[in-house]
Each structure stands twice: as structure tokens, then as C-alpha cells.
Design a binder for this molecule. Sequence first.
Ligand code: AMP
Ligand code: GLY
Length: 430
Amino acid sequence: MKVLVVGNGGREHALLWALSREDPRPELHATRPNPGMAALAEPVDLSPEDVAGVASWADEAEMDLVIVGPEAPLAKGLVDRLSDRGVPAFGPTAAAARIEASKAFAKELMESAGVPTARHRTFRAFSEAEAHIRREGAPVVVKASGLAAGKGAVVCQTVDEAVDAAREMLEADAFGEAGRQVVVEEYMEGEELSVFGVSDGEDVRLLLPSQDHKPVGEGDTGPNTGGMGAYAPLSLATPELLHIIRDRVFRPTLDALRQEGCPFRGLLYAGLMLTDEGPRVVEFNCRFGDPEAQAVLPLLESSLMDLLLPVAVGDRLSEADPRWRAGSALTTVVASEGYPGTYSKGRSVEVPEELEDDRGILVFHAGTGSRDGQLVTAGGRVAAVTGVGRTLQEARDRSLAGAQRFRFEGAYFRRDIGWREFARSEAARP
Ligand code: AMP
Ligand code: GLY
């Protein structure tokens, strides 16, 4: 079995790690792997976004499965190109990936399918957006419609802030093409959770729910990032709640995409807000979450390949639900100081060898590179260090102990990942 993983961040390292534990172990390949991934996979020197190049390489090298990690190649049609060549690929087509790549498309689809989400309006003209914001008042949320690496949503506490955000996007071009259309939406209050569903276009299997931490600072302060840490599972996500999420969010969304002529085969990620009126969608993504995958995949006991391969070859999902190991996982992202703003690259990284062998700690590389054989930083989010334990507390202790030992100048990480869950268990104590 030959598998290519497209992408080279923490999520893709976690995917490779899960695949490397399959029995029999597949032959693994990855596009421009980071040094952590390179230990598990043969490098393919192509950019993940070079869709024509990757499709022709995968075809010629006779890959049995291609798993596309990030949204950009999906939105650019990598899976369409692979399918044209008959290469089995896990991930949605470009048309189905619009559920993430165009917030305007996603909002309209949800509205027509009756999926609970924030009320919204879409604008191309700044003057109209401004008039709408002034009518609606604050708090309100202004979003670039296109892909913006998790940084395109601005939660505004005042009307002026919202007007400025819309101006930045529509007139100052702050997000380029992605911000030519903005979505202005109702502010929702509640706790957020991430639910992944693997779908064959019709049916869906939900994975273990997790919770991301988007703001850069402890206590959820400061600007939003791609995610500073995550844990799984959450006590809030009861089986009853997951049923509701499947029936009111996943099923109608998948049905609507099928009716639109673009069935979604791949991983649909629902970012949800648990409001007083029940779960409502904040956003959909068309791929595994990063860093949620680094917390969810280590708890998967059954085979990842058995889950993804049927979808990739166009079969129906197997009847079996994925199985999970008992316990919890918590991942802490070690970032470069300054992220999500400007930060330095090329700083030497020291990782003690025994850290790589510690069974309760998994180090997933994200923005790392190598220079003259030395591990160096190469991105904002440098690594995700996951602790796995019998309890969330144990998982956190291991994650923090690992993060502490992933050293470079200006390393920064949040020490409070999972704080909501810990506060809940405190509150539940007599
Ligand atoms: P998004 O890029 O759409 O995932 O938004 C990023 C973050 O902004 C979310 O994880 C939420 O914390 C926040 N957010 C987005 N939309 C809303 C909304 N309608 N109400 C409240 N918070 C929101
Ligand atoms: N962690 C958020 C995302 O993957 O979009």
C-alpha cells in the first residue's frame, strides 16, 4: 500500500504518525515533509499547492491513496485532478470544498438547508456593509469570505471596530481576494467545540469531539491564531448532543451538498457554538482541524486507513464506527514569539532525544525546517506537543512537560489549554 500525505504541518505529521502504526505499515510519502514528518515518510519535492504536479506524481508513482491535509490544495481542485487520473484521494472536490473556501456559499447553503447558524448578510460594497453594521449594532462579527488561514474573522465589540474591519477588507484589501466579499454576522455566545465527520457523500461517522483554543494568550485573550492547543474528548459533548449535531448539522449539510451536485467525500469539520438555543455552526472546514487532529488522532484505536480508504475509492463507509481508546489527549502548540504577527525564523531548536521516545508524549512538528543538519524554526506554529493520559490532568501534565523541553529562543506556549474542562470538573466537585 502506497500512501501520499499532502501538506507539511502538525496535522499532516499526526496523519503520518497514525498511518505509520497501521499493520501492515504502508509505504509513506509526503510533500516537502518537515523534519518530524521526514522521519516517517519519503519526501516528494513538490509544493502541496502544485495541484498539477502532485496529481501527475501520484499517478506515475502509483499511489493507492492520497490524503490531502490542508484546505488550499482542496480548494484548488487537487482531488478533482487525482480523480481524473483514477488515483484514490481522500478529501472533497473543489466544488464541495467551497463549504470552507467561500463563507458566502456556506452561509447560503446552511440557510437553505435549515442548519442552525448565525444570521448573516454578504457584501461586496463597503458603503452597504457599513450601513448594515450601523443598523445592526454591536457586538457583531465581520469575516472575509475567502480563505484567510484562520485569521479572517473579526469579533467586534463596537460598531466602529466592525466598520473598520469591513473597510480593511473591502477597501484596503487587507485579505486580498479572500476579503473582496465580506460576511457580517450575528454575534453568538457560548462555548465552542470542533466535531469532525468522515463522510462518503451520504453517510457520516463522527469522530471524537475536541476543543480548540484560537486566541494567542492565556485566558483566551489577544488576537486569533490558527489554534494554540486542543484537547479531546470534552465532557460537554454527550452522546445526546452528538446525536443532535449529527441530525441537525451534518446530515442536512451533506444532503444539501449532494443536492447541489457536489457530494462531500472527505472530512467535514463543524466548528460549533453551544448557545442557549442549542448547537449552531460557526464555520465549516473541509479537512481535519489543526491542532485538533493532533489531539484526536492519538486516541483513535481502530485503523485510520479503514476509515479513509473506502471514502477515497468511492465506496460507502464501513458499518463499523471508529473505536477510541479510554483516556484523554491534550496538545500544546509551541509557537514563535510574535505569532500571529511577525516573528523570526531560523532559530535553532533543541529537542532532547528521550522526548521522542516518551510513550505518553507525542511531538508533532509544524513550522520546523533544517539548516546544515540542525533543526530550526520555520513558521509561527512550530510544533504541537500532545500528552496522552488516563485523565485530562495527566494528558496536560505530559503535554506541558514536553512543550517545556521543545526549546528555541522565543518559544511561547499557552499553559492553560483545557481550562474550560478543568473549570467544569472543579465546579462539579461537591
Ligand atoms: P472562523 O474563522 O469563522 O472560525 O472564526 C474564528 C473565531 O471567531 C471562532 O472560533 C469564534 O471564536 C469567533 N467567531 C466567529 N464567528 C462568530 C460568531 N458569529 N459569533 C461569535 N464568535 C464568532
Ligand atoms: N484549529 C482550527 C482549524 O483547523 O481551522
